[in-house]
Design a protein around this ligand. Structure first.
Ligand code: PLP
Length: 465
């Protein structure tokens, strides 16, 4: 072969030799450089590409050591790899990801984004410094599988005072996300266990259950929360609910339904309720809604909570409170799992809570989010003929019912052309579709207060409203 016309980018942070190596490797894998083809000499290729011979040599050597090339004395470098390598090519295919949360948009309304400007870096740094100390060198070793006792103690105390949850630190299991904890929980029950999930609801729950091959039943939701009467009819064993603030509609499960749910669970062994209390910290009017766990007399509720909204989603610290019977099973069957959360982070958070900074942070953030929510709902009143707002009393997102003739896909697309990202309700439904006018989920927490005006006006404009 005469030459290799490889486009090298001198501004790229990938070194030139590596760019050349990657280029030749791809040519071989994708079949454009055939078995036994002789490559240009180092000198010729270096001249042609205007790079040093050392750079070419480094690329050739790497390919030779990986078996893509062979060097024959006084003859040069030859392609060694044959068609058998075809499968390797698949590794170079970029892997698609649905992690759109970090894409950059002018305004990003993802419901899991928080207000990062309100984070108390100074206090956090103080506790981080305390923890990162030689005197704490034991923290470099593995901790307790359920999580650090110090943090579990703080959480038990917080849950009792804030949510009426009655538990001891021994009943708490910490994990890097509610999803991780749920996966452990699922393993505690028989594979034949049937699960009821809210529809619409938190979409990751059915996804996890499906991954584990579990039997699922979608439960309808109305203005009083999840329809409890369906549960008994459907032969469900374990039900997942968001009673204090349904996700995504923000409705509160009525007291009648709470009682029915607890009675249903108490009627048979093996029945449980998973209570996901993901953002109960953010109620802006009235008293906080008591947790279901606080009403449970029979050890039927598994309470789950998270610091993802109250602090930051990246900390990956969530918890579940197991009733005694399940806790024993967890200890005997799953204690081989080491904690999925860094011990250092757990101790920083424990100190942050113990010294009262968590409470102060929540009070401050509640005010910030309340102001944002008030501003948004006030603005949306101007569009009341086309837009109806659901869930405007609490939480970090609202749902918009949009009646301007556009369907859900178009609403998302039109917003995107204005560089705004919004999320369709269908993404959170069981069959990924629903009847009725289009609905859009608007997580407002991450939009700076001073930008809300422009964000909403631009969104409405993109929808032609
Ligand atoms: C309904 C619901 N549950 C739980 C969570 C939190 O999950 P994690 O603790 O894994 O961040 C979220 C986060 O957005 C949520 O919307």
């Amino acid at each position: 072969m005469d030459m290799l016309s490889c486009d090298l980018d001198r501004t790229n942070e990938i070194p030139l030799y590596e760019q050349l190596y990657l280029y030749i490797k791809r040519e071989i894998i994708e079949g454009r450089l055939h078995y036994q083809t002789k490559l240009p000499s180092k000198r010729k290729l270096a001249d042609f590409l205007e790079i040093s011979q050392n750079t070419v040599e480094a690329a050739y050597e790497q390919l030779t050591s990986e078996g893509y090339l062979e060097v024959l004395p006084r003859k040069g470098y030859f392609v060694m790899a044959s068609e058998d390598l075809e499968y390797v090519g698949k590794l170079d295919v970029p892997i698609k990801t649905d992690n759109v949360k970090n894409e950059s948009f002018r305004y990003h309304f993802h419901p899991s984004i928080i207000d990062t400007a309100g984070f108390p870096f100074q206090q956090w740094r103080k506790y981080a410094k305390n923890v990162m100390d030689e005197r704490n060198s034991d923290l470099l070793l593995l901790g307790e599988p359920q999580g650090e006792f110090e943090l579990r103690t703080e959480i038990a105390d917080y849950l009792y005072h804030a949510r009426g949850v009655k538990c001891s630190p021994e009943q708490i299991v910490l994990g890097a996300g509610i999803e991780i904890l749920l996966q452990q929980l699922v393993l505690l029950w028989d594979a034949k266990t049937k699960y009821g999930v809210e529809d619409p609801g938190y979409h990751l729950i059915p996804r996890i259950m499906k991954t584990y091959g579990r039997d699922l039943y979608p439960l309808q939701v109305d203005n009083s929360g999840v329809k409890v009467s369906e549960i008994a009819r459907a032969g469900i064993d374990v039900v997942y609910v968001t009673p204090s603030r349904h996700f995504p509609y923000g409705t509160i499960l009525s007291v009648n339904r709470r009682n029915k749910l607890l009675n249903w669970a108490a009627e048979a062994d093996g029945r449980y309720i998973i209570e996901d209390d993901y953002d109960s910290e953010y109620r802006y009017s009235g008293k906080s809604i008591p947790s279901l766990q606080s009403m449970d007399q029979k050890g039927k509720v598994i309470y789950m909570g998270s610091f993802s909204k109250s602090l930051m989603p990246s900390i990956r610290i969530s918890y579940m409170v197991l009733p005694h019977q399940l806790m024993e099973r967890f200890r005997s069957e799953l204690s081989f799992n080491n904690s999925s959360v860094s011990r250092m982070d757990q101790h920083i958070l424990a100190q942050f809570m113990r010294h009262g900074d968590f409470g102060k942070h929540l009070n401050r953030m509640r005010k910030i989010y309340r102001r944002k929510l008030e501003k948004i709902t006030e603005m949306l009143k101007h569009y009341a003929d086309k837009i109806q707002v659901i869930g405007e009393n609490s939480g970090l997102h609202i749902v918009l019912v949009v009646q301007n003739g556009l369907d859900e896909t178009l609403l998302v697309k039109k917003a995107e052309t204005a560089n705004i990202r919004v999320y369709p309700l269908s993404q959170y439904t069981f069959e990924k579709k629903y009847e009725g006018p289009p609905q859009i989920i608007l997580g407002f927490a991450g939009i700076p207060e001073e930008d809300l005006d422009d964000a909403i006006t631009s969104l409405m404009k993109s929808w032609g409203i």
